[in-house]
Design a binder for this molecule. Sequence first.
Ligand code: SF4
Length: 82
Amino acid sequence: MIKDNVEIVKKGDIEIRIIREKCIGAATCIVYAPSTFDLDPTNIAIVKTGEWDRLEKVIAAAQSCPTVAIEVFQKGKKIYPK
Ligand code: SF4
């Protein structure tokens, strides 16, 4: 779901948000978590359907983002960025 230019995707107790206006298409998130992130045709990161990478990899991907465009929540609590 994309709302106010933020993609919000939930799976189990994990929620990933991509602040689309912050994304510069650097693609480091994809290097760290290739099963979780991809780029759309306009070079903005999107969350993939299907099996995601382990949570540690998802967080590493979020940490790698130069613009902090990825936020990760667990059980409704923001775990990155803190
Ligand atoms: S690392 Fe950040 S800026 Fe780069 S594609 Fe992923 S979300 Fe976008």
